[in-house]
Design a protein around this ligand. Sequence first.
Ligand SMILES: *Cc1c(COP(=O)(O)O)cnc(C)c1O
Length: 356
Amino acid sequence: MELIERLVSPEIRALSAYHVPPAKGMVKLDAMENPYSLPEALRQEWLTKLGQVEINRYPDSGACELKSKLREVFDIPDNLGLILGNGSDELIQMVASLVGGPGRMFLTPSPSFSMYEIISLTTSTGFKSVSLNNDFSPNRSEFLKELENTNPACIFIAYPNNPTGNSFDRIFIEEIISTAPGLVVIDEAYFSFSGKSFLQQIDQFSHVLVMRTLSKSGLAGLRLGMMMGHPEWIEQLEKIRLPYNINCLTQASVEFCLDHFSIFSDQAAQIITDRMWLAEHLQKLTGLTVFPSETNFILVRLDRDADQVFESLKHQGILVKNLHRPDTLLENCLRVTVGTPQQNLKLVNELGHCLR
Ligand SMILES: *Cc1c(COP(=O)(O)O)cnc(C)c1O
């Protein structure tokens, strides 16, 4: 395909499309989904509400009602702007369209959330990452050095970090905020499990954006992410946002769920309890290291070939995320999402078999 070679940049030709493994019939512990669904009685009420949605009309472009409910439930300060994305992935893309592009740089610790790099590549934005220390804490001096060298248009900090599960020291992040020459995005995708946030203090800084998502809290299928920050930055992002990016079924569904949000907070509390159970029982197995987590997943490092263990788990019907790359910080690492108590027990048992 000569035309592709001529028209598509080498960077994009070198990429492969984001791979999502088939998971039908599997115990799905690979993607940080909430294992619980809406209680049956509410499900009926939700369907009734969806039945009234006018699908022949475009959705409310500004998602006004949804936004006002989000502000209330997530205690978003009135003096901050709010923009919604079709997942937080889309918000990262909007930031890249706004301040990325040729000649611009994005900076992030590594390993971190893969979309920061993928979106940099697909928007021709330069990308630099700074390796974390062996214990997954940030390398402060290296990071500050790269910050000066690269002069990044945007720094992405996942707080807590994916795939390592830890939250970086607040003082480190505050130092980044005060030295950054461009934007700083604090990605709080796991806020429901960490309880830690910068949302209440970013109004002191006009260049800091906080991002959240409902994906990890039980609504991954709806695709809703939100970004909060100085109203003037949000106003610029609004120019990039496609007019109807949040479809009417998502708007109606999320509004409904926000009216019953205690269900989701209760589920998060349950998942935190189960995470502690899972960490404790994984720790009892020999042949692996369990890393501390403030999220709904746990990172483990095996003392043997993680590819093999990943395949055996898959064979037993359990899908986890294989992060193994030789000679990196993630060597022989697997990331497991906290599931239901039964799923967690099955995982511990099968992993125990693999490691015997
Ligand atoms: C899962 C995840 C996201 C993606 O969220 P979506 O709203 O589903 O696009 C963003 N950031 C981090 C750090 C994540 O782990």
